[in-house]
Design a protein around this ligand. Sequence first.
Ligand code: NAD
Length: 357
Amino acid sequence: MQQSVLDQMQQMGHEQVVFCQDPHTGLKAIIAIHNTTLGPSLGGTRLWNYNSHEEAVVDALRLSRGMTYKSAISGLNLGGGKAVLIGDAAKLKSEPYWRRYGKFVNSLNGKYITAEDVNTSAKDMEYIGMETKFVTGLPEFAGGSGDPSPFTAYGVYMGMKAAAKKAWGNDGFGDRTVLVQGAGNVGQYLIGYLVKEGVKVYVCDINEERLKTVKQKFPTVEVVANEGIFDLEFDIYAPCALGATVNTESINKMKCHIIAGAANNQLADENVHGPMLVEKGIIYVPDFLINAGGIINISVELQGYNKERATSIVEKIYGRTLEIFSLAEQENVHTQLAAMRIAEKRIKDIANLRVGI
Ligand code: NAD
């Protein structure tokens, strides 16, 4: 039997979930606020054609929880939240649609601050910003920090380098090969960093246009079919499309040494697949640690944007990844769990600070 939303919230520790709908614009939104101990919840708005409302709820709950961990481990004073909008992006996107959504975001009085995610752009944030100040990732001309994807990609590149150091004792990639799954905003910037370093890159995507763009920009990159990627030989798997691609079936086939990519919720079930990766000797860089570049950039926007400052904070993902590898070894746990422990400890410590005075 399907668990109720409240049961799921209780199990995952959510504070609040808000459902919104508007017949005029076709808006159907779920705003999930996981934890606001460290500060207002911040997380992107995802627009996706979910198969069911239940699937959308699960996505909102999982993604918002991930945001709590992401901000906590990155040392940001932000909580975890995320919004999912249900429907076909091509049919729904319009000024009134975004402004109606902006009004709903505004009604939460700053407990949730939004930003871009899959299928939402800086332009969409501008419309949302006409109805609420609780929006980030605005275009640069509007005083924002623009597209967070280059920063997310740079963070992924940093985490990947740290994993290479752990695996091979050197953070140069030499003649190692990388498969990037998803040639979207983050995937393309990541490919740029790798190609610049002379790395052999394979790429797959369900969108032919994007693959064409990649081939034009980076002629040395080799396009591979989506099906059967885990039958191929490559050293590093960079999931940059959607979540849950690291599962029992894929792990059983994997021949890579490292998983380091931008997608959220990469492990289908962290309790099963975290240990399974350890057993197989595959180094996994926790998703919420390695893909924090975008939110780090946005957190700098909240303080008054400075690109150099944002870049230097994103670079810290390298050292933090190495710390997590050491902790995982010391405590004999998988890397995702080690990272979760660090994040949970910070939240607990800061919550305790507020008690008493
Ligand atoms: P995007 O929508 O621009 O790109 C995703 C790409 O994946 C698209 O080209 C899409 O066609 C492709 N794709 C979808 N399903 C696929 C499949 N089954 N096989 C192969 N390719 C597939 O999104 P993005 O902004 O590049 O983000 C990529 C991932 O990273 C997402 O999971 C997102 O949540 C996560 N992420 C992004 C950011 C950011 O700053 N953009 C920050 C943190 C996490």
